[in-house]
Design a binder for this molecule. Structure first.
Ligand code: PLP
Length: 383
């Protein structure tokens, strides 16, 4: 079987599995003062350092949560605390192409949410953002670093500078960026960043909200025993956190292989377009993550294509990777101006730490078979 769906979830790295088993073999609650507890605490603090390094942040900035959905929900609150005093934010400004966990608006009322449009490559409209920032008093801006469907990278340093000029707060969903491009909260002027372990070879169900300034933190989503410096209560999942730390370290190493991954992705795209010259590659003219391609071929619905790939034991995804398992037209491609019919054809292929030549070879071997089975005319249709 060939796995090419890293943006949905990367395979667990062997060293992560080892780190988790090691932690699972221990007993103890990290809040306990005895030796067992202190050992668990040690594992958590080591992981915190490693996740901080991945995000270019200080160790104390990292709060472990159950994943990026929770990290986003926590960040998207109108109440932040500034040195203990509440800081109220009037509005949330987000882009039209965010992950559903940001689209939901978190704890902001619907009437307090504003949406920045994107262009045909999926890049946010900076003029519109500037106008929105101008017309609102105190805002939180939440814009993702790189899109999960298309891999398109936003001009986050420019966005961050605009946000800073307007005294607003800036949250970045960096889930797809982690391990695929450097995360630099300082350069991005980011106040908070969300990351999730399972996108780069860590376990599912663990992530972090990284908040740059210790003076400003979002009000907790989960209150209780005061774990994670009162930012997220509940007994820590030590094994998952240890696995997260190990994956973060390996993801930083992956940054040295970005060019290689990009070359593999480019070979795949060239192969798709050589056979189907009319294939559309979404966001092709924008900066994109090296590991992602999202494309559509007229007359090939993604739903049918995914089944055909699956029959060949190749796992890819529809443009809109949906948790419900149904393929619906993607809000990202609609926001980029594509028709529902084209959006329904979007197929996403995403590479990662375990992708080798044989994965790309196999994809390109089954691609002509799938086209011939589903719509042979797509071979000749011009661009
Ligand atoms: N943000 C983006 C951009 C994602 O791709 C995902 C996962 O698909 C999430 C947030 C949610 O992450 P998690 O699965 O950890 O809740």
């Amino acid at each position: 079987p060939i796995y090419l769906d890293h943006n949905a979830g990367a395979p667990m790295r062997p060293t992560v599995r080892d780190a988790m088993i090691d932690a699972l073999n221990d007993t103890g609650n990290a809040s306990s003062v005895h030796g067992h507890g202190r050992k668990a605490r040690g594992r958590i603090e080591k992981a915190r350092q490693r996740v901080a390094r991945l995000c270019g942040a200080k160790t104390r900035a990292v709060t472990f949560v159950s994943g990026a959905t929770e990290a986003n929900m926590t960040a998207l609150t109108p109440i932040w605390q500034d040195q203990g005093a509440p800081l109220y934010l009037d509005k949330l400004i987000r882009s039209a192409v965010e992950h559903p966990s940001v689209l939901s608006g978190g704890r902001f009322a619907v009437k307090d949410q504003r949406v920045v449009p994107v262009d045909s490559n999926g890049i946010v409209d900076l003029e519109e953002l500037a106008k929105l920032l101008d017309s609102e008093d105190s805002c939180l801006v939440s814009i993702m670093a790189a899109n999960n469907e298309t891999g398109v990278i936003q001009p986050f340093a420019e966005i961050g500078a605009l946000v800073r000029e307007n005294d607003a707060l800036f949250h970045v969903d960096a889930v797809q960026a982690a391990g695929r491009m450097p995360i630099d909260m300082e350069a991005w002027h980011a106040d908070a960043v969300s990351v999730s372990a399972h996108k780069f070879g860590g376990p599912q169900g663990i992530g972090a909200l990284v908040v740059r300034s210790t003076a400003r933190v979002p009000a907790p989503l989960i209150n209780g025993g005061g774990q994670e410096n009162w930012r997220r209560s509940g007994t820590e999942n030590v094994a998952a956190i240890a696995g997260f730390g190990e994956a973060a370290e390996r993801a930083l190493d992956d940054l040295d292989c970005v060019e290689q991954i990009g070359a593999a992705r480019d070979r795949l795209e060239a192969g798709i377009q050589a056979l189907c010259p009319g294939a559309i590659v979404f966001g092709k003219d924008a900066p994109r993550l090296a590991n992602t391609t999202c494309f559509a071929v007229e007359g090939i619905p993604a739903e049918t294509a995914l089944i055909a790939f699956d029959l060949e034991h190749v796992s890819v995804s529809s443009g809109s990777a949906c948790s419900s398992g149904k393929v619906s037209a993607s809000h990202v491609l609609s926001a980029m101006g594509y028709s529902e019919e084209i959006a329904r054809g979007a197929i996403r292929v995403s590479l990662g730490w375990d992708t080798g030549t044989r994965h790309i070879d196999r994809f390109l071997e089954v691609w002509p078979k799938i086209i011939d089975r589903l719509n042979p005319q797509a071979r000749t249709r011009a661009a």
